[in-house]
Design a binder for this molecule. Structure first.
Ligand SMILES: Cc1cc2nc3c(=O)[nH]c(=O)nc-3n(C[C@H](O)[C@H](O)[C@H](O)COP(=O)(O)OP(=O)(O)OC[C@H]3O[C@@H](n4cnc5c(N)ncnc54)[C@H](O)[C@@H]3O)c2cc1C
Length: 279
């Protein structure tokens, strides 16, 4: 029977899923289908030859909360996550609320957003900035990787062959200043750029932590500039804000991608965020 093609599997457990995946190594996980079917509205749909539907895997639908973490199963729908309310870090909520329409957010999943092979989708920048970690499973092993390592600097996500994203673990740290923005790129055919997030933690008027991440075709984060502002009093001295902006200017000018227009948008976003913390 293994010679048959065009099969859709509906495993009800992970052992069942990996057994089918071992027999059909080219099979592709199908979560909500939003990424796999996107831009196919006016044509006959093209689907991968063999499909592993994840919809019956209850283990991937769970949401749990401890004192320090929020854990979200890969198959949890975006609308369910935004419906959890204030427990979800604001940066993630804002990114999910900006994806597609409410109807589509009822169908598509966080795991599908993170695993999209074509480019880093909108949840990636917040998850990297929040230091999220992902649980990945194969038939043989379970490993945890940081969101930033999973996203990588460029190219597709760091998934091994026949590896499934099962859980997303998000630290529940308090961030006092959150800005999230989708950025378009008019130098590309579809205008699809990426998204940027700026987080700051403030304690007794002191800036204790700052994170700035852009994710699109590539992932950008300059840890060097983040450390120079830790411990500074608010409002920031304008010279400190200018220094921070200049470090980002240098960092962005050293990379070839994205193109000039998107790089300018990223820089303007960072500049406006940092100057809003200064006098
Ligand atoms: C009209 C429309 C508008 C959209 N707008 C946006 C937008 O504004 N911003 C945005 O970020 N995205 C957007 N998307 C893209 C997409 O729907 C989302 O990124 C979505 O979260 C994908 O989730 P899904 O559950 O549908 O994944 P799928 O389409 O089922 O899967 C996406 C990819 O991830 C893989 N995959 C899925 N789950 C797993 C897993 N657990 N482990 C390993 N691999 C897995 C699949 O094999 C596939 O390659 C849009 C889509 C549509 C249809």
């Amino acid at each position: 029977m293994d010679a048959l093609h065009n099969q859709v599997f509906f495993p009800a457990s992970l052992p069942e899923l990996f057994s089918a995946w071992t027999r059909f190594p080219d099979a592709v996980p199908f979560a909500g289908g939003g990424g796999l079917l996107r831009n196919q509205g006016k044509q006959i749909l093209t689907l991968p030859r063999n499909i592993l539907s994840l919809e019956r895997l209850e283990e991937l639908q769970k949401i749990t909360r401890t004192e320090r973490y929020l854990e979200i199963g890969a198959m949890v729908k975006l609308s369910e996550i935004t419906g959890l309310g204030k427990i979800v870090p604001e940066a993630l909520t804002k990114s999910l609320q900006g994806i597609a329409s409410p109807q589509i957010r009822n169908l598509i999943t966080l795991g599908g957003n993170i695993c999209n092979p074509s480019r880093r989708q909108d949840a990636s920048a917040p998850l990297v900035a929040l230091d999220a970690r992902y649980e990945l499973r194969t038939a043989q092993e379970i490993r945890w990787v940081s969101a930033s390592r999973f996203s990588g600097l460029s190219g597709p996500p760091a998934l091994n062959p026949q590896e499934l994203l099962t859980r997303i673990r998000i630290p529940l740290e308090q961030w006092h200043y959150t800005v999230y923005k989708k950025l378009t790129d008019m130098e590309t055919a579809d205008g699809d750029g990426g998204s940027a997030v700026f987080l700051a933690r403030i304690q007794k008027n002191i800036l204790t932590d700052i994170r700035v991440v852009f994710a699109g075709q590539i992932l950008l984060r300059d840890k060097n500039s983040e450390t120079i502002l830790a411990g500074k009093q608010l409002p920031l001295d304008r010279r400190d804000a200018e220094h921070f902006s200049e470090l980002w200017r240098t960092y962005l000018s050293a990379i070839e991608e994205p193109g000039f227009m998107l790089r300018e948008k990223i820089f303007n976003f960072i500049e406006s965020c940092i100057f809003s913390l200064s006098d």
